[in-house]
Design a protein around this ligand. Sequence first.
Ligand code: ATP
Ligand code: MG
Length: 329
Amino acid sequence: MRIFSGIQPTGRKHLGNYLGAIRQYVEGQDRGDPAIYCIVDLHAITVPYDPAELRARVLDTTAMLMAAGLDPSRCVLFRQSDVREHTELTWLLTSVTAHGDLNRMTQFKEKSAQQAELTSAGIFLYPVLQAADVLAYRAHEVPVGDDQRQHIELMRDIALRFNTTYGETLVVPEHRIPAVGARIMDLQEPTKKMSTTGSTEQGRVYVDDEPDEIRRKFKRAVADSGREIVRAPDKPGISNLIEVLSVVRGSAPDEVEREFVGSGYGDFKTAVAEEVVGLLEPVRSRYLELRPDEGALEDVLREGAERARAMASDTLGDVRRAMGVGPPS
Ligand code: ATP
Ligand code: MG
């Protein structure tokens, strides 16, 4: 069972990333053979960014993943741009990617609408690069949050079309989306997902926020009308907090509802905040220990890239052969 997932080095990682994705990465280390995790700097350049900052953000994300429990001796952790096979495979896969499919991707529509100056072709091709990331490793399983469901469907279509067109070469991967916690919402606008690019600052809890900052954000979280602590379509704020508490505790949302029958919103928010502080505080302190040693972080990424390249170049050899690209071998 090969596991692969990617995470963007844009900004600081938030509670949604942690509960939807990073938590699954850590668990995947024991099942993956291997588990491969990639910091996708080439995805991050599809929206305006600062080149000098990008390198620093890659190291932030590396340290954050290790602080959360990724152990480079039990997984492959690397920087996407270090393995050039990703970009080559992207181009090769465009021949079996439908333009119309890319055009109807929700993330493309949302992110291109946010661009005032330039909608780059990169935002449009983003899902093909993502498909190349996974398919280059012939991964079986892709742990992601719910927002990536559509992209995984597309990469499955791409792999199937490749195999039909050029002969059986690629593995058609499956997503692994957690039952609870796959779509954590913005605390200020609970009808929108917590997001690095699209969220409010106060509605986004960072993994490395100080405990008091976390408490403040939960205290100010938008609650809904009424007073009951139950999940309901007209109670997106409280439903989101129930979901957060349920994932962090590892108990069912029903149990959370039962426990808080008769409690007020204030007490409930405090309980959620304390539980999240308890979860993130150790990660934050490990992060602060790991982040300053940039040499050690670069070493981890370099060793990861070597192991990743060996796997990806193997696939690329087969893909080129199947497509009739390059000299005969
Ligand atoms: P952006 O808004 O720029 O796309 P992001 O916050 O989605 O950034 P990514 O690096 O794109 O961050 O996502 C990393 C992983 O986190 C993906 O697997 C994604 O599905 C997951 N994820 C992102 N936001 C949430 C969320 N609110 N709840 C659960 N999982 C999430
Ligand atoms: Mg995203």
